[in-house]
Design a protein around this ligand. Sequence first.
Ligand code: FES
Ligand SMILES: [Fe+2]
Length: 315
Amino acid sequence: MSLDGFPRGWFVVSWSRDLAAGDIKPLKYFDTHLVLFRTEAGEAKILDAFCPHLGAHLGHGGTVVGDSVRCPFHAWEFDGAGTCTKIPYLKEGAKVPPRAKMRAWPTVERNGIIFVWHDKDGGAPDWEVPVVAEFGTDGWSDWYPNTLWNVKTHPREIVENVADSAHFPTVHRTFVDSFENIYDGHMATQHTVGTAEPPQGGKDSFDIVATYHGPAFQISDMRGVLHTRLFLAHTPIDAEHLDLRFAVMLELSGPKTDTFAQFYVDNLRMGFHEDIAIWEHKEYRERPLLVNGDGPIGRLRSWYGQFYRSRNVGA
Ligand code: FES
Ligand SMILES: [Fe+2]
């Protein structure tokens, strides 16, 4: 099974807080130029970037008008479904041509995060982005979001962390007592119990249950010094680059939370940079040389392969 190209699933495009009503932004993901905007009523929408008229990029100079986005070149307007709702200089009696449409990408906003659905075959979503029950509740902080932009790697390298138990001591100074993977439909869960030895000294015991919901984002429940939820997502820009984002939510235990959070986020950030340093320079081995003691990398790859297979094949 080739893991080239981009898998099918929900992908993160923005933190909700970074897109106010009326905002419009250019995006490039899946080797495709896109435009993200928030309608005046507050809904996030994603369309292909280029206007069907003469090809202007709506994300560079376009404006939000009510529920629609207005092209910066000749002011045609398109709603969130990609339908042309207005051509301001159209002669009376003339009709908006039926081909005046833009591709609209399925978009949802949940847990303070904006997601887009990608399927190279254009199919509809077949699972939902889960609700993080703690989000927005008393007793938990808001997300502390971080964006580690533009990592030079392919998504398959990141996902492989789910099964790669053997890199923990070398890359992260983390010692694993028990390690288990559970594969269930579109979800893959890693349960790790162990001890970390942070560079600043000491020992921290941890118990992490980390679940991928589809190929591109993972939600973890982490118990150690603190009880936290970690959100980790990667979204491919092109075949060789992706955006990596993470966010942390802490169970509130007193006024020191901000200081703790900063310390904690910095630690995590460092952990990701340790992985990034490997990812950016490695090559991908279709047939890795595995030994007894490596994690279930073959199993992980067959789970991940489901998002590259067209759903109508063999149905
Ligand atoms: S190019 Fe968009 S309205 Fe003309
Ligand atoms: Fe890692």
